[in-house]
Design a protein around this ligand. Structure first.
Ligand code: EPU
Length: 434
């Protein structure tokens, strides 16, 4: 087992380069299945969710060649296995993208139902609604979802809730369906646009991605392509907040500033200085941080995946801040850990009231999910004394060498291995991802 040990109180300064976006990569890698030729995917982050996606592709019969630190050649032409078993699927929630990709290519798929989730109820009814609309039948048995279609035909899909995953899965399944598919009430996140751009670069015909109506005219075949994944908006936002929390001065490179607008605006309200360039952003603090209110909503609103990090920053600001979670049922489980570090936060349902105390103290804490882990790292960097963070496998699912990048910025952070206790080893063998 590994943990992060952070000696807090150091200002972050210097430059950091952001990696490719996790939530785009975990859809684009399965999407390669739809191609009739090999594809080269670049700017792929080195994170465990990507490793699992690549492992699933290999288990299906795809040939994966490493071309460099962040680029891969994937040849899907010999895929002969259409099943993602529970043992693999439970490690990565986004394995549900194999449903859409396999269905779109082979008219069949068998993927384990995603398991429990620390963020609350996580149904996939909207994904199944999209598959049914274009002609697939599904059965659920023994924890597996089986999809079958004689033929996929374009159709109108109206989502009852705005869902990133269901929108991506509908695009994957419909890109080769005969005729026109119209997705209404679609999600608009940057990774939706990235997946559409990737599919179009293979010969797909998808219009309107990034708006709430997406139109897909089915094509007969998709060809090979070379494509670079967009920079990770949430990794960039996390470093912006880490810089602010330590009253540092950091140039964050390889970003698309437009994708960071909602985060930038909120940080400016809190008193953080931000200067935008073409593909980088400078963040620094030279005055007091002040209270604000934040509500998370689907893009272009403030992202839920930045909620734990900004709440942590607000514990360091003057005054009372309100943070409202508008996407997930339970995204305040990290609050108990922050309280152990001296934060004054009360939670009532989806609303947290933060009394800014201006300081945090180091403590032993546990990450309960990916962004909670990022928040605890930020807290540890800003706190006085030593913070030890356990269960960092959550962080490694989605951040490419977080501790190395922070060290380059002057942080005192180490990854330390420690022996598992008997009771913990049982727990860790049940590791389930979000
Ligand atoms: N929902 C339904 N039915 C569905 C699908 C979703 O009711 O069929 C509900 C969910 O319960 C939730 C809301 O719709 O309340 C939004 O869920 P969405 O489907 O948009 O989430 P997701 O696709 O499962 C992705 C990211 C999450 C991120 C959310 C929201 C990936 C792999 N995951 O999840 O990322 O929080 O969108 O932006 O893209 C993270 O990176 O830390 C993370 C959790």
């Amino acid at each position: 087992m590994d943990k992060f040990v952070i000696k807090g109180g150091r200002r972050l300064t210097g430059e950091v380069t952001i990696s490719g976006a996790k939530n785009a990569a975990v859809a684009i890698l399965p999407a390669v299945i739809l191609s009739d030729e090999p594809c080269i995917i670049e700017n792929v982050p080195s994170i465990s969710d990507v490793n699992i996606s690549l492992r699933i592709l290999k288990e299906m019969g795809a040939e994966v060649t490493v071309l460099g630190k962040d680029s891969y050649r994937i040849d899907p032409t010999h895929i002969n296995n259409f099943c993602v078993p529970y043992e693999t699927a439970r490690k990565m929630r986004a394995s549900y993208y194999f449903l859409g990709a396999l269905l779109g290519k082979f008219n069949k798929a068998r993927v384990s139902m995603p398991g429990g989730c620390p963020l609350g109820d996580r149904p996939i009814d909207q994904h199944l609604k999209a598959f049914s609309a274009i002609g697939a039948d599904y059965t659920l048995s023994q924890g597996m979802i089986d999809l079958r279609a004689d033929k996929l035909t374009g159709s109108q899909i109206f989502f009852d809730v705005v869902s990133v995953g269901a929108t991506m899965n509908a695009m994957l399944a419909a890109v080769k369906a005969e005729g026109l598919t119209i997705i209404e009430n679609a999600a608009k996140e940057p990774h939706i646009v990235d997946l559409a751009n990737f599919l179009n670069s293979m010969g797909g015909n998808i219009m309107g991605a990034g708006t709430d109506v997406i139109k897909i005219r089915g094509v007969e075949r998709l060809h090979g392509t070379t494509y670079a994944v967009i920079p990770d908006q949430i990794e960039a936002g996390t470093f912006m907040i880490a810089a602010a929390a330590t009253k540092g001065d950091v140039l964050i490179k390889n970003v698309i500033p437009k994708h960071l607008e909602s985060i930038t605006k909120k940080l400016e309200k809190i008193g953080v200085n931000i200067e935008q360039f073409d593909d980088s952003i400078r963040v620094w603090v030279d005055g007091p941080l002040v209270k604000t209110s934040v509500k998370t909503t689907p893009h272009p609103g403030f992202p839920t995946d930045m909620q734990p990090q900004i709440a942590t920053l607000l514990t360091l600001a003057e005054g009372t801040s309100i943070v409202t979670e508008g996407v997930w049922e339970q995204r305040f489980r990290y609050v108990d850990e922050l309280r152990r570090m001296g934060a004054d936060i009360s939670v009532d349902g989806k609303v947290a009231v933060i009394e800014g105390t201006g300081k945090l103290m180091g403590a032993p804490v546990k990450a309960c999910d990916l962004r909670a882990g990022a928040a605890l790292i930020i807290a540890g960097l800003a706190a006085s004394g030593i913070t030890e963070i356990e269960d960092i496998y959550h962080v490694e699912r989605g951040y490419d060498c977080m501790e190395g990048k922070l060290r380059e910025l002057g942080a005192d952070i180490e990854k330390v291995s420690f022996p598992e206790e008997a009771s913990d080893s049982e727990e860790s063998s049940k590791k389930t991802a979000v």
